[in-house]
Design a binder for this molecule. Structure first.
Ligand code: UN1
Length: 517
């Protein structure tokens, strides 16, 4: 079911808050009856947000497979044209869908709308890509021979997405996967069914208008059992999973044990490093956004802040006043910067982290508790104070530093040499995003070079979160090594065929091997 993180009310049963277009979108989706869903080719349970039964899941998987067999024969530029229409259909609903994300996930409206924009951007990218997914012609050592490397459609790609980006991360996968000629089956987070139904409805409308089976972009909602069913199914060629390291490990092992392909986008424990020459007018607000934006619930959120000893006081006093200016509010209200955490469980994670910090003797500079006595209807929401903590020492093997807390808790450490900060940056299991603040080109060289940050995202004078779609997105080490979105990420969504063609009248063996008397 879908619970509003801002008020605690159940959205899937009653929705008394949403207005205008949002309400229309929600109500339309909530009243979808079985026959309409049948037409949309969206297999699912009895009501919005209910889980798929094993039989429904099996049917959905079979339909995805059948849809793939149709779609793989559609020429790539034609698939691009369908993506262009999906892009247009999404853009037409940008505000409404953005508000729905805000309502159901809890992120502020501008970030909800930004998520739809991210989907639009990757769809644009994939339209171009559909004419550029080129293979290669490789020189053969044999006369009259030629070697082609051909990217063919892969099959069925299952997308298991997380609650924190209930739309954009699916968008990255859908766009590349459709351009590549695959069918996708989406298993969204159990707590954001409305977002996934709304998106699937928009996409399926386009598919229907183009005579393409809806199961090219199928949807199954549900919890762990549905996820396990998808992950273990031999009908799924690749599983693209976004979520925690613990679950990602299970997904990775399950998919590998049946020799499927897996793309993991797991935890981040991202550091910002601030040098003495940094421009604090830029660095302070950027760290503030990185740590407090989305209430600390991005995998790219800034969780560790390493400050050069010479700027600690100046930096922290400015950062602290930004933290103290923040007020919790309705994420749909455009003045709000801080929305709720997505679930009650997330509040427990926050409280546990604070308790651990306090026990270890860390100084809590600001925050450290849930908001109490908020006026109705926010009193039912999951609002916590963004927190800055200064642990007694930096020991990156200590869970204080080495675990990802999916909440707005920022730990601060002080260094004297950049090399020390890089060691701390790299010393944790995760390797998603990192950010250096400096105006000295020599620091930049160290940071982005072989002895620099070992994360997948290595920024300079740009915060850890808020990546554009153009570069490949993903992380190293326990973040899982997967790459999504731009760059060469599309190459994971195809099966590569190495084709040696013989145009000659002889059949010589490679390496000069003779096999005849
Ligand atoms: C995520 O948190 O899972 O770079 C994705 C960013 C966004 C995507 C985050 N473009 O912060």
């Amino acid at each position: 079911q879908s619970v509003c993180p801002t008020t605690g009310e159940v959205l899937a049963r009653v929705n008394t808050r949403a207005e205008g277009d949002v309400s229309e979108l929600v109500v339309i989706d909530l009243t979808l009856d079985a026959s309409r869903l049948e037409r949309l080719d969206v297999p699912r349970g009895e009501s919005a947000g209910s889980r798929a039964s094993p039989a429904e899941l099996e049917r959905a998987l079979e339909r995805s497979r059948e849809a793939y067999k149709v779609f793989r024969n559609v020429p790539a530029p034609k698939r691009g044209e369908i993506l262009r229409q999906i892009r247009e259909a999404l853009a037409a609903k940008r505000e409404a869908l953005g508000a729905l994300i805000s309502l159901e996930m809890g992120k502020i409206r501008t970030e909800g709308v930004g998520e739809v924009q991210e989907f639009v951007d990757i769809a644009d990218y994939a339209v171009g890509l559909s004419r550029m997914m080129n293979g290669r012609v490789v020189a053969s050592e044999r006369p009259g021979h030629s070697i082609l490397e051909v990217p063919n459609p892969l099959g069925v790609v299952a997308v298991l997405s997380a609650f924190n980006f209930p739309v954009a991360v699916y968008g990255w996968n859908l766009a590349l996967s459709l351009a590549a000629g695959n069918a996708t089956l989406w298993k969204p987070a159990p707590s954001t069914p409305l977002c996934s139904i709304a998106v699937t409805k928009i996409v399926s409308g386009v598919l229907e208008r183009n005579g393409i089976p809806g199961a090219v972009a199928g949807l199954v909602t549900g919890g762990k059992d549905v996820g396990v069913g998808v992950v273990e199914s031999k009908l799924v060629d690749m599983v693209s999973f976004t979520g925690s390291e613990a679950v990602g490990r299970q997904v990775g092992e399950a998919v590998q044990s049946r020799f499927g392909k897996v793309l993991l986008e797991l935890g981040g424990n991202n550091a910002a490093v601030v040098m003495p020459d940094a421009d604090l007018d830029m660095a302070v607000p950027s760290v503030f956004f990185g740590a407090v934006g989305t209430a600390g619930q991005r995998c790219t959120s800034t969780r560790r802040l390493y400050l050069h000893s010479s700027i600690v006081q100046a930096f922290l006093s400015r950062l602290e006043s930004l933290y103290q200016s923040v007020r919790p509010g309705d994420p749909l209200d455009s003045a709000t910067l801080l929305g709720p955490l997505h679930t009650r469980q997330a509040m427990d994670i926050y409280h546990n982290a604070i308790e651990r910090l306090q026990k270890s003797g860390a100084e809590i500079l600001t925050g450290g508790a849930a908001y109490r006595d908020l006026a109705a209807p926010l009193d039912g929401g999951n609002f916590v104070m963004p927190t800055i903590a200064i642990p007694q020492e930096v020991d990156v093997r200590d869970p204080l530093w080495s675990t990802e807390t999916f909440a707005p808790v920022l730990c601060v450490g002080v260094f004297d040499e950049l090399e020390q900060a890089i060691e701390w940056n790299n010393g944790v299991p995760q390797g998603l995003s990192s950010s250096l603040w400096t105006r000295d080109i020599r620091n930049v060289g160290k940071w982005i070079g072989p002895a620099g940050s070992d994360a997948g995202i290595v920024n300079v004078n740009v915060g850890t979160s808020g990546a554009e779609i153009g570069a490949a997105f993903g992380g190293n080490k326990s973040t899982g090594w997967g790459r999504e979105s731009g760059g060469d990420a599309w190459k994971q969504y195809v099966r590569w065929s190495a084709c040696t063609l013989n145009f000659s009248d002889a059949a010589p063996l490679a390496q000069g091997v003779q096999f005849a008397n």
